[in-house]
Structures are given as structure tokens and as C-alpha cells.
Design a protein around this ligand. Sequence first.
Ligand code: URA
Length: 195
Amino acid sequence: MIDIKSAWEELHRRIESCTKCELCNTRHCTVPGEGPIDSRVVIIGEGPGQEEDESGKPFVGKAGRLLTDILEKGGGIDRRSLYITNMVKCRPPANRNPKPEEISACRDFLEAQLLLIHPDIVVTMGNVPTQPLLNTKQGITSLRGQWQDWRGIKLFPMFHPSYLLRNESKAVGSPRYLMWQDVKELKAEIDKLKN
Ligand code: URA
């Protein structure tokens, strides 16, 4: 029988000691993810920023605070009930997008996390996690809010909160407006799990 706890700890050790791409040269901390291992929902961002790199925890900076707010005020979702992680586990310098080779190097870690947690719902925020998992070049603007499938698990693409920080309008059809709609759709799907 697979011992999930040992497999999880071993995975974390592999992430901490990883040197598969050049991000290991500039990182302070690896940021594997945070949340209950038996969570039914996993949220995936792009990669750690400065505060995440310093603390080892995902989404603790400005984008993270906005994410917490959107989840709680928009959907009544407590972020502590979710497992939150990123496509890459080490900070890309100057917060640039991770390069394709960095995503490829880290992808096994993310897939191993998803297979061990085995959530009912995976939320990908922005193009960085959405395109590789769905194996598509389609952009987040057309994919967001549309349920997809990842190996039998429901996958829901949404905008990344950093995108909303650059777009403050709340007008009908704006990214913030659409994000609000998406988080309500996500909550409705989470509520169905409880039945
Ligand atoms: N942006 C991300 O994509 N992930 C984090 O952990 C923080 C900011």
C-alpha cells in the first residue's frame, strides 16, 4: 500500500534539493505549496515572487492578499481549506515568467502533488499553469471560466491576481468583473461536492 505521508515528505525533500534548472542558483527558499494534503481543491499560480521566496510560502505578497480577498469576499471560500501551489517552485528572477525549460523541469513535481492530493477541482491562474496542463496555446482570456479536464479531474482556468493588480477597473466585462463571476462559479462547484 502507498504511504501518502511518506511519499509527500519524500516529494518535499526532492523539491528542496532540486537543481534541475537555473532557478536553483538564485532562490532563497523553495516554495512547494501550502494547505491540507486532503484538500478537494488545488489552486495553481505561476511561481513564487520575492516575499514567497523569502518565506517559503505561496501567495503571501500583494497578489496573494488579493487572491485571499477574492476567494473570501467573492466566493466565501476560506483559502486555508485549499491547497495552494505554483507551476514552478522557485522564484524566477525579477518576477519574470518562468521559461519553458523551467516549467518542464518542475512539471513532475506539480503532477506528483496533484496525484497524491487527488483533488476534485484544480484551478489554474493565468497562462503559465493553464497552457502546459491543458497542452494548449490558447490564451487565458478565452479559456477562463470554462471547465476543462485534466486526467479525469475538473480543471477551471481563471485570471491570475497579478493581472487584476494591473487592471483596476470593475466595469462590466473587465478582468475584475469576470474574476468575480468565476469565483462564484467555482464556489457553486465546490458546494456541489459537499452534497
Ligand atoms: N504569484 C504567483 O503566481 N505565485 C505566488 O506564490 C505569488 C505570486
